[in-house]
Design a protein around this ligand. Structure first.
Ligand code: B12
Length: 221
């Protein structure tokens, strides 16, 4: 099967919320030795993005959104271990605490960023979704993290990113960590406004950003 057709089918499986199909296509891409990052970026992500557009247009409702998100998760569950296998460097590149901020249950993008960071040599503590701001700080202190990644997918919850940075400033801890923000409604402008240390619009640029703030000159493996 042509790669472009495979990617098209992956997109379709997510749009149709067909978990079984998404899994079998993920398996097929691995059998055909397609880089899992390519399968995610060219097949599955365009699918979930299309679902977002259909929701905006009122063509899809919450149940469809959920079945599509589940199909995305099924595919990711198969591809995630392969991401790790393919490229772990031997030396740790830094410790990262990541989560989706409180009030927000979207975790697909955050989990993707976490998997890719870990595949690229970062030691990642994934706190999950709907994470209390205090918990980010407690975990960062416990793990002696270098980077804290805050994901937010809602215009309401992105304010949690701002509050977290304010909290660090109040506690005079802002300079101890590099704070990275991301998620669909966030932008570089927003990151500058709230004085985050960086913003990235997807998982690949998130790795580059993490390497940059850690002072690693090396590019992606
Ligand atoms: C799937 C989905 C859901 C699923 C989530 C399932 C799950 N377990 O994650 C379900 C059905 C549960 C859901 C629920 C809701 N959703 Co929803 N959802 C989506 C949808 C379609 C896709 C999100 C997704 O997974 N994208 C794919 C991933 C790969 O992309 P991503 O998350 O953006 O992540 C990438 C980058 O942003 C970046 N990134 C992400 N995090 C981070 C962090 C850092 C530090 C960095 C550097 C980078 C980074 O890298 C990632 C990988 O490339 C979006 C539409 C959209 N355009 O985003 C709406 C969307 C986010 N949802 C929306 C809404 C309104 C809701 C609900 C409020 C609906 C409701 N009425 O109940 C609830 C929210 C409940 C809550 N309290 O959180 C709106 C938000 C509108 C807004 N502006 O606030 C959106 C934009 C849809 C829309 N167009 O209206 N949703």
């Amino acid at each position: 099967m042509e790669r472009s057709q495979l990617f098209e089918d992956m997109k379709k499986a997510i749009i149709e919320g067909d978990s079984q199909k998404a899994e079998s296509l993920a398996k097929k891409s691995l059998q055909n030795q397609i880089d899992p990052r390519k399968a995610i970026n060219s097949g599955f992500i365009p699918g979930i993005q299309e679902v977002g557009k259909m929701w905006e247009k009122g063509e899809y409702f919450l149940p469809e959104l959920m079945t599509s998100a589940n199909a995305m998760k099924s595919a990711m569950a198969l591809l995630r271990p392969e991401l790790k296998k393919s490229q772990v460097p031997t030396k740790s590149r830094g410790r990262v605490v990541i989560g989706t901020v409180e009030g927000d249950i979207h975790d697909v993008g955050k989990s993707l960023v976490a998997s890719m960071l870990s595949a690229n040599g970062f030691e990642v503590t994934d706190l999950g979704a709907d994470v209390k701001l205090d918990k980010f700080l407690q975990s960062a202190q416990k793990k002696k993290a270098h980077i804290i990644c805050l994901s937010a997918l809602l215009t309401t919850t992105m304010l949690g990113q701002k509050r977290f940075i304010e909290m660090l400033k109040e506690k005079k801890l802002k300079t101890q960590y590099k704070i990275l923000v991301g998620g669909a409604p966030t932008t570089q402008k927003w990151a500058d406004e709230i004085e985050a240390d960086g913003y990235a619009e997807n998982a690949l640029s998130a790795i580059q950003l993490a390497l940059k703030v850690m002072g690693h000159k090396g590019s992606l493996q």
